[in-house]
Structures are given as structure tokens and as C-alpha cells.
Design a binder for this molecule. Structure first.
Ligand code: ARG
Length: 462
């Protein structure tokens, strides 16, 4: 082995690593994404070692300057990553030796790659979570904007994809706002779990040097150091939390995408999308397909797959560090990239979406959507039990169906046939706008409720 290509452990090894293992064992192509966090962690570690007089100030500064030089090389794309040194940690260490000489060997006092990698990874996931939180914020703002211009847009609400009851389109959009709010909260609360600093626990047992873990933790922006050195290097819960939150958010997005696809279909025609969110067909000249919505619907599968893979990797793994866990980075990076793109596309989709208001209103009168309102009227005005009222309303629907009429096309005489002591006032229950406005219970679809909710949410999401 040529001297310059030696691994750090070469003293104990008589043979070079097998080529195939070198290929799958090296994670540098993936974990080089951690370089900012790795260098930040190393700088703070060196500061701590100097502060504790474990290394002298001069060595500390030399190491820190070398690390800063490496950082600027990587930022400028002038760094040569080498598979032979496995990962980001050893690539940087090797380069540090090149730049400052043997003093580089003092940096790895009182730490191991085991605590180093989780420190980097936790810092990265924190940063990624903030980015997701910010993008969900933008998404919510776009949903609120679209809601505001559609408070009076009446559409059929569905259960079983059958017309159920009239709702405001804004109310429907606000349902997604609630989902995204929960997604955001999940990422926020994950940060609380991530917020313990593992650096300084060493390989698994802790260290005999008089290190100051509080200093390291504080400088790196964590709330406190982790409590147990074994758990520290074995724990990947924070990655699972991220993957699980990403999956749930992706699931919400896929539900929205699915509705967009259905509503944009030639059968529903409930919405129109801007041309920039559609693609053509290579054979059918007339086609405008909602590919972006289909892609984000499909890509949720990638988020779920990463979560499943990570859970399976961790299942049954004894304590503490095993190489199995190295696969965590690819899964999290992948899930992050996928989710971030999906959120951004969803934002574009909602901005480019135009409801077909006439069609929405017409469809909200189909499927006897005010039948429940009629039953409620009978309970509230004629002193009937809900079950009795339900039967009378069902009979009215039978009658309308037989006579090929919508409920709002019936006349008073026809309605009165179901119950002869009815007042003419009853006819207003077949008006879908009236139906929407009657739903004044907290969280219901009445226009008044929606206006209040939008102004409350707008204050929350600026
Ligand atoms: N690249 C490794 C990982 O991501 C770093 C930790 C290596 N530790 C070890 N004991 N081999 O897991």
C-alpha cells in the first residue's frame, strides 16, 4: 500500500479492503452532504479540547484554521472526496493531516466517529426540519389565500365519492390547512427530541478525558448533552421521527393531489389548472394531463418506503453502533428531497388552481344534498324525532328520483305531500347556500364561521 492512500486503521491490517466492500462500505457520496455540520462539530470539539487544556491553544487554533480551509475548499467544489476514506469524517481528517501535518492527530481525542456522525446527522435533520417548517408555512399561506377568494364558492362535499352535503370550497381548503398545521407541529416537536448533543460520548462508553460536554452542546446549539453514552450512539429515533413526519405530510399531499386529479377530470370538471401544471400527450393532441399532481401522489411511496426501510434496519439491532445504521443517511436525505419538492409543487398547484364555480354550484344541487337539511327542519320545526324526520326526507328523495327532479326543483305542493302540516317556509332548506349557512356549529361550513377562521389563521401564518 502506498503511504499516501493508507486508511487510519492500516497498522492492524495486512490487506487492502476488498473492492466490492469498499464500494458498498463507503458512504462518502451520500454523507458528504454533512460537511458543514461535520466541520462545525469538529471546530467546537477542538475549542472544547483547548478550553479544557487537553490540547494546547496553539494546536487548537491550528486545527480550527485547517478545518476552515477545508470548509472553503468543499464549498468551492475544490475538494477531492475519496472512497478509500469511507465517509465524510475520515475524508476531512485525511485532508487535515495534509494541510496542518501531524497535529491533526489531536482532533480525534475524546470522540469517535460514532458520536461524531450522530452529532452531524442531528444538526442536519434540525436544519432540514426548519426548512420543511418554513415551506409548510408558505404552503398554508397559499391555501389561505385561495380560501379567502372562495368563501362563497359552493360545492358538494363528498363521502364515498358520492355527493353528501353542500360545503364552501374555502372550508374544504381549510381542512388541508389543519392537516398541514399538524404536519408542521410534528416537525417542530421532533426538534425537541433531537435537541440533545451526543458529541463526547466516544465509541459507546464515554471518555476518561476531562471534557466539557455542556460547552460542546451549547456551542452546537443543542439544549443539553445526551444522558447515556450507549443510547447516544445506538439511537436513530430522531431519524425515524423525521421519516415518519415526512411520510404523514406526504400522505396528506397525496390526498390533495388525488382530489386535484379527480376534479380536473373531464367527468368532474370542478377545477381548471394552469397550463404550466399540465403536460401533453405524444399521441392524443387534445390531452392536458395533470402530471405534477400525479407525481406527488406517487412519490409519497418513496417517503413511506424510506420509513419502512429505516424501521426494518433498526428492528432487533443490539446496542450499540453497527454499520447497518450507516444506511440511515440515504433514507433521510431521499425522504427530505422528495418531500420538499412535493411541498413546493403542491404550492404551485394550489396557486394555479381555478375552481369552476358554476359547475361546483350545479353539482352541489345534484345527489339530493339537502335531504339532511329537510330532516333537520322537520325536527326543529315540527317536533319530530330525527328517525321519523329521516324517513319522511327519504320518501321525498324517492319521489324526486322517480320524477327526475332535483330537490330544489320541487314545488311546495309536492313537498307538502310528504307531510301535510308543512309551512311554505320549508322550501328554503333546498337552497344549497342556505344549507351551508345553517352549519354554524363550531368548525362547521357556515360562511360566518369560515370568515372568522380565515382571519384567525391569517394572524397565525404571516
Ligand atoms: N460512516 C459511519 C456511519 O455513518 C460513521 C460511523 C462509523 N463508525 C464505525 N464504528 N465504523 O455510520
Amino acid at each position: 500500500m502506498k503511504n499516501k492512500n493508507k486508511t487510519v486503521w492500516s497498522t492492524r491490517f495486512n490487506k487492502a479492503t476488498s473492492k466490492i466492500f469498499e464500494k458498498i462500505g463507503a458512504s462518502i457520496d451520500i454523507d458528504k452532504r454533512l460537511f458543514e455540520e461535520d466541520i462545525f462539530g469538529s471546530i467546537v470539539h477542538a475549542q472544547m479540547l483547548a478550553k479544557q487544556k487537553i490540547i494546547n491553544k496553539k494546536k487548537g487554533n491550528k486545527i480550527i484554521n485547517g478545518l476552515k480551509k477545508i470548509r472553503s475548499e468543499i464549498r468551492k467544489n475544490k475538494f477531492n472526496f475519496n472512497n478509500k476514506y469511507e465517509d465524510i469524517h475520515l475524508n476531512i481528517e485525511k485532508r487535515l493531516f495534509k494541510i496542518i501535518g501531524d497535529d491533526a492527530g489531536y482532533l480525534h481525542i475524546a470522540r469517535s466517529r460514532n458520536d461524531q456522525v450522530i452529532t452531524d446527522f442531528k444538526l442536519w435533520i434540525k436544519k432540514a426540519s426548519y426548512e420543511i417548517i418554513k415551506n409548510i408555512n408558505d404552503l398554508i399561506k397559499s391555501f389561505l389565500k385561495k380560501s379567502e377568494s372562495n368563501i362563497e364558492t359552493i360545492m358538494p362535499g363528498f363521502t364515498h365519492l358520492k355527493n353528501a352535503q353542500p360545503i364552501s370550497f374555502a372550508h374544504y381548503l381549510l381542512a388541508y390547512v389543519e392537516m398541514f398545521k399538524r404536519d408542521q407541529k410534528r416537525f417542530v416537536s421532533n426538534i425537541d427530541y433531537i435537541d440533545e448533543c451526543p458529541l463526547g460520548v466516544g465509541a459507546l462508553a464515554g471518555t476518561s478525558y476531562k471534557i466539557d460536554r455542556n460547552f460542546t452542546s451549547k456551542k452546537l446549539g443543542f439544549k443539553k448533552p445526551t444522558n447515556n453514552s450507549i443510547d447516544s450512539v445506538s439511537d436513530r429515533d430522531f431519524a425515524l421521527d423525521f421519516l415518519s413526519s415526512a411520510s404523514i405530510c406526504a400522505m396528506h399531499i397525496s390526498r390533495f393531489a388525488e382530489e386535484i386529479i379527480i376534479w380536473n377530470s373531464d367527468v368532474f370538471k370542478l377545477i381548471k389548472l394552469d397550463d404550466k401544471m399540465l403536460t401533453g400527450s405524444s399521441i392524443m393532441p387534445q390531452k392536458k394531463n395533470p402530471d405534477p399532481a400525479e407525481l406527488i401522489r406517487g412519490r409519497a411511496g418513496k417517503n413511506f418506503g424510506s420509513l419502512q426501510a429505516m424501521l426494518t434496519t433498526m428492528k432487533g439491532l443490539p446496542l450499540s453502533y453497527y454499520k447497518d445504521m450507516q444506511e440511515d443517511k440515504a433514507l433521510v436525505f431521499n425522504s427530505y428531497d422528495t418531500l420538499l419538492e412535493s411541498i413546493i409543487i403542491t404550492n404551485e398547484l394550489i396557486k394555479s388552481l381555478k375552481p369552476n364555480k358554476g359547475r361546483m354550484l350545479a353539482l352541489s344541487n345534484e345527489g339530493y344534498t339537502t335531504a339532511t337539511d329537510f330532516a333537520d327542519y322537520l325536527v326543529q320545526n315540527n317536533n319530530l324525532s330525527f328517525r321519523e324526520a329521516y324517513k319522511i326526507s327519504a320518501k321525498l328523495v324517492n319521489y324526486a328520483e322517480k320524477n327526475k327532479k332535483k330537490l330544489n326543483q320541487l314545488n311546495f305542493y309536492e313537498v307538502k305531500k310528504m307531510k301535510n302540516d308543512l309551512d311554505n317556509n320549508v322550501m328554503k332548506v333546498f337552497n344549497v347556500r342556505n344549507s351551508v349557512n345553517l352549519k354554524t356549529s363550531y368548525g362547521g361550513t357556515s360562511i360566518k364561521n369560515i370568515k372568522k377562521m380565515i382571519s384567525k389563521l391569517k394572524k397565525e401564518f404571516k
